[in-house]
Design a protein around this ligand. Structure first.
Ligand SMILES: [Fe+2]
Length: 463
């Protein structure tokens, strides 16, 4: 979709999402937005022609989504399989592949923090601060997503395709260029904060597979029609609209901004893009460079040494087929029947620790085949045909709570940025204090100790 060079997104995304970008980097992001707006200019948007119809438009969307979700629930009750996730590996693949977008959640509104004194923008600032969980570690959306990646062994994500960074780059580029793109930000926020059907289905199916759905359920409640972000986005669009006649320019730009939410790889594209055969090959290809030379030449499969097989990424599918033929892998059977599995997982597994929990789950579900629809985690070495359903996440949590609850780790107050902030802040004048607070609330920092502190101070601001 974008006319930008193929590998542009991830490096620029990294500068904006994980650093305080330099002026030329912000300008590069503005350029990217201008190009992207041109690319989507001819696309349709579904905002109403007239801003006065916004509330009715939002309510109609919510009603439509609720109706579709009810139909989905009825379907499931009648025995239909999950609509999105074939197995646990599929759901974890989804969580991993949407990470570049989720890790900059809310960032499109960042640039408004510096303008919090303008009460016409206060709904947008409030939305941003709520994305930051009002400075509470267990409510900050990005921090929650980071915890999700860590808890399910989905890190690192460096190998993800560049296209998956495109939507996140749109968001963080808006956040760092509010001065130039305010109407587009208002429009992006309008489109992006409306309740989507996929959020409801994702929450339902993650829970069913025993995976924590909190990040997603949180957004279901946050996007509600009465008081949530969806409603506030409508109010904000009307508040920020010019009172001086602009010939409809503001509203045209708002509508253009709303189209930016569809740029890049969508949630449904990610879900349908899962192909377990190619994911297994991709995992082996990632390991091949470090595995090459690590095996003895006595390890031979189909007459070729393992080192030889691993020397060429193109041969990996044949290598897997050869392992199957030689009986090392027994597809569509319990993983414990495969000698290959015992090399990866178990007390004395020779390759223990080589594969991440995510990678083990993919290999596990690939070996088990259709039986993996039961959602069993790889640690259980589940056998097919037992008919046992995976315990839902919420049931598991209730059981845990009944057995004495879970203890949340206390956030540590040790951090290099926090140290700088605490030393510098008291020495500054009012304007500089505000600048430092706003900097600490940037996408790179808001989920860290200094960002959480700054967000709480910003909320109680007297500066
Ligand atoms: Fe969020």
């Amino acid at each position: 979709m974008a006319s930008a060079p193929a590998a542009l997104h991830a490096p620029l995304y990294d500068r904006l999402a994980n650093h305080i970008p330099t002026p030329p980097e912000r300008e590069a992001a503005a350029d990217f937005l201008r190009r992207t707006l041109q690319d989507v200019a001819a696309h349709a948007d579904d905002l109403p022609e007239n801003p006065a119809d916004l509330t009715a438009w939002m309510e109609a969307n919510i009603q439509k989504v609720h109706g579709l979700y009810q139909a989905y629930l009825d379907e499931r009750k009648a025995g239909s399989p999950r609509r999105y996730f074939k197995n646990r590996a599929h759901a974890l693949y989804f969580l991993r592949n949407v990470a570049p977008t989720k890790l900059v959640d809310g960032s499109w509104l960042y640039g408004l923090c510096a303008h919090a004194d303008n009460s016409r923008l206060s709904d947008l600032v409030t939305t941003y601060v709520e994305e930051l969980g009002d400075g509470l570690a267990d409510k900050n959306h990005v921090k929650l997503y980071r915890a999700l990646l860590a808890n399910y062994g989905l890190d690192p994500i460096e190998d993800l395709p560049d296209a998956l960074y495109q939507q996140g780059l749109v968001q963080v580029a808006l956040g760092w260029n509010a001065q130039e793109f305010l109407p587009e930000i208002v429009g992006f926020n309008l489109g992006y904060e409306q309740l989507p059907l996929h959020l409801l289905i994702t929450s339902f199916e993650l829970n069913e597979l025993g995976i924590d759905p909190y990040y997603f359920t949180l957004h279901v409640t946050v996007d509600n029609a009465d008081t949530g972000h969806a409603k506030r986005a409508c109010v904000a669009a009307l508040e920020a609209a010019p009172r001086i006649d602009d010939g409809g320019d503001y509203w045209r730009r708002v509508r253009a901004g709303a189209k930016l939410g569809n740029v890049g790889v969508s949630t449904l594209d990610v879900i349908s893009g899962f192909d377990i055969d190619s994911e297994v090959v991709a995992i082996l290809a990632r390991k091949a460079p470090s595995g090459y030379g690590a095996h003895s030449d006595f390890c031979k499969v189909a007459g070729r040494s393992v080192n030889d097989w691993l020397s060429s990424a193109d041969d990996l599918p044949q290598f897997l087929a050869a392992l199957e033929q030689a009986g090392w892998i027994k597809r569509n059977q319990p993983v414990t029947d495969s000698r290959f599995w015992h090399l990866l997982q178990g007390e004395r597994a020779e390759m223990f620790g080589v594969f991440s929990p995510y990678e083990l789950q993919v290999i596990h579900d690939w070996i088990r085949g259709p039986a993996s629809a039961d959602g069993a985690p790889f640690e259980t070495g589940a056998t097919p045909g037992t008919g046992k359903r995976q315990m839902s996440f919420r049931v598991a949590e209730r059981l845990k709570a009944a057995k004495g609850g879970r203890s949340e780790p206390v956030a540590a107050g040790l951090d290099t940025d926090l140290e700088i902030f605490e030393k510098r802040y008291p020495t500054l004048g009012t304007a500089e204090k505000r600048d430092l607070l706003v900097q600490a609330m940037s996408p790179a920092l808001h989920w860290t100790p200094v960002g959480l502190l700054a967000t709480r101070m910003f909320l109680n601001r007297s500066v």
